[in-house]
Design a protein around this ligand. Structure first.
Ligand code: F0G
Length: 527
């Protein structure tokens, strides 16, 4: 409900009104550990157990005392938050620490260079820009090489060492019944063919259900059409690969690839040869899709993606913004799937729930130092965020990685509960998915429910939000559906999650499942 106030409502009033229809527009006044607090009519705090976890940004808990203490120290000591274009040893230390952990998890000692940003989408944008800069430099080198070959063949023709024959024309895909002829006509035709390819915009690959942010470029790699389509004209496009269908990779490649025409002299003929055009800028992949409904990438499909990308020299950008930072029991969820990224993006929990920060890592073999001169942000790589992120890594790594083990163990305990609910309501729960503290429960579609309230919620696209409103008001539980999979509720609590909190969720979920089973929409909280 809208608070009593005389102020005009100008900060996204429409969104607030939409949330209100499901009873979700409540105000939280305080956050601690795994709890958010709202006020009842008398101003008394009502604790709400938080399973949304800032969509993955508070793995260590809301206002984690060690992090708050570090923030206090930094501000009290006058840390130089704004000191762009200077030396940033704290950023370097953070990059080194990230490398140490990533190297351990991947079993590699090849370094990853770090470009810092402020939000998840910004790290994705930096990765996209870097990949396109690299592709542009590879294209320029290729173009120069083709021009050198043309010049040397031209010289050979002028010297009478080679001629353009019908064999030449066949190789160029030209009319091979023609008698051959003039090299300049051929060169112009090849140049026209190649120029068309060089003028193509970059093409990205992303998975169906993928979510990589909502900025101008990153939203084009986000599958949800509602987010993406209005902004199509603003940025390069992606082909969306169906999940777990490796054949689709080759099909898309066959449709989108291009071949450049090169020339050389071979046995006295001018010969036209083909060179693969680097059409694909990067392949973005979440090891566990978050916003798309909690789908874990299989080891098999990850291996196919890896092989495919290596075969066409397309870098793999592993988006760990939601799955990373310890949530699944390791810094990188992808490491456990056997997926190795040429790039990684990390954000959310990197800032400990306090700082807004993100990072994009690029493997040395792909890294272009020129990028450092052309990409920056006023707020990125600042001392405050870097020191907070260092504290986050220290907390994750303490006691031989106790936090990772705790995330995995709490995840298992939560999963057991979700599965026991699923087993007791087989007609209602379709599937339990996820890993560690990144879990989802998908319900069967209720658009055929005998209950008008459930039917209408399902038809109106608000189904999961109506369940979330009920869980909030009846059970003091905060969870949400994933925005692109409305029948899936997502659970990403902090690793402080207690057995009592799990038990409360168990009760709440059994209640909503019984409402669906009994088609008893009238039992839903009014909000
Ligand atoms: N990539 C992934 C995998 C994400 O889950 C998100 C955000 C982003 C990028 C963008 O990060 O919001 O900091 O710019 N996911 C949230 C969600 C919004 O609903 O899952 P951001």
């Amino acid at each position: 409900a809208r608070p009593e106030t005389t102020e005009p409502e100008l900060a996204e009033p429409h969104l607030r009104a939409v949330l209100d229809t499901a009873g979700l527009a409540v105000e939280y006044v305080r956050a601690q550990d795994n709890t958010l607090f709202r006020l009842d009519e008398d101003g008394t705090e009502i604790p709400v157990t938080d399973f949304a976890g800032g969509y993955g940004s508070v793995l260590l808990g809301h206002n984690r005392p060690e992090i708050v203490e570090r923030a206090r120290e930094l501000l009290a000591s006058g840390t130089p938050v704004h000191a762009q274009f200077s030396s940033h040893p704290y950023a370097n230390r953070l990059a080194a620490e990230l490398n140490r952990i990533v190297g351990r998890e991947l079993g590699t000692d090849e370094p990853y260079f770090a470009i810092f940003g402020n939000s998840g989408a910004e790290a994705v944008e930096a990765a996209i820009k870097h990949a396109e800069m690299d592709r542009g430099m590879r294209l320029a080198a290729l173009r120069a090489e083709l021009a050198r070959h043309t010049a040397s063949v031209r010289a050979a023709v002028a010297a009478g060492e080679a001629e353009v024959t019908s064999r030449t024309l066949a190789g160029a895909g030209l009319d091979a019944t023609a008698p051959g002829g003039d090299f300049e006509t051929l060169a112009a035709e090849l140049e026209r063919h190649n120029a068309e390819l060089f003028a193509r915009p970059p093409l990205f690959l992303s998975l169906e259900g993928g979510f990589h942010g909502k900025l101008a470029a990153s939203v084009q790699l986000t599958h949800n059409e509602g987010y993406r389509a209005p902004f199509k004209a603003l940025a390069a496009q992606a082909r969306f690969v169906p999940r777990e269908r490796p054949e689709a990779l080759k099909e898309i490649w066959a449709e989108e690839r291009g071949t450049l025409r090169d020339v050389r002299v071979f046995e006295g003929h001018v010969e036209v040869t083909e060179r693969e055009f680097p059409a694909f800028c990067a392949f973005l992949v979440e090891p566990i899709q978050g916003e798309g409904g909690i789908h874990v990438l299989s080891e098999e499909f990850a291996a196919e993606i890896q092989r495919f990308c290596a075969s066409i020299a397309c870098p793999v950008i592993v988006d760990e913004i939601q799955s990373g930072m310890g949530r699944t029991g390791a810094l990188l969820a992808s490491a456990r799937i056997g997926l190795r990224g040429d790039y990684y993006t990390l954000a959310k929990t990197l800032g400990g729930g306090v700082a807004k920060t993100s990072v994009m890592l690029v493997r040395q073999a792909w890294y272009r130092e020129e990028f450092e001169i052309v990409h920056s942000s006023t707020f990125a790589k600042d001392s405050f965020s870097c020191h907070i992120a260092l504290k986050v890594l220290e907390l994750l790594e303490a006691d031989g990685g106790a936090a990772y083990r705790r995330a995995a163990e709490r995840g298992e305990a939560l999963r057991r509960t979700l599965e026991s609910v699923a087993a007791d309501f087989p007609g209602v729960v379709k599937e339990v998915r996820g890993r560690g503290l990144m879990l989802g429960v998908e319900f069967h579609d209720q658009s055929g429910s005998a209950s008008p309230a459930l039917r209408e919620a399902a038809a109106g696209g608000l189904f999961g939000y109506v369940l979330a409103g009920h869980l909030l008001h009846r059970h003091a539980i905060r969870t949400f559906p994933t925005a692109s999979a409305l029948n899936t509720l997502r659970f990403e609590p902090s690793l402080l999650l207690s057995d009592a909190e799990i038990a409360r969720l168990d009760g709440g979920l059994r209640d909503v499942c019984a409402i669906m089973r009994d088609a008893a929409g009238e039992r839903l909280a009014a909000g």
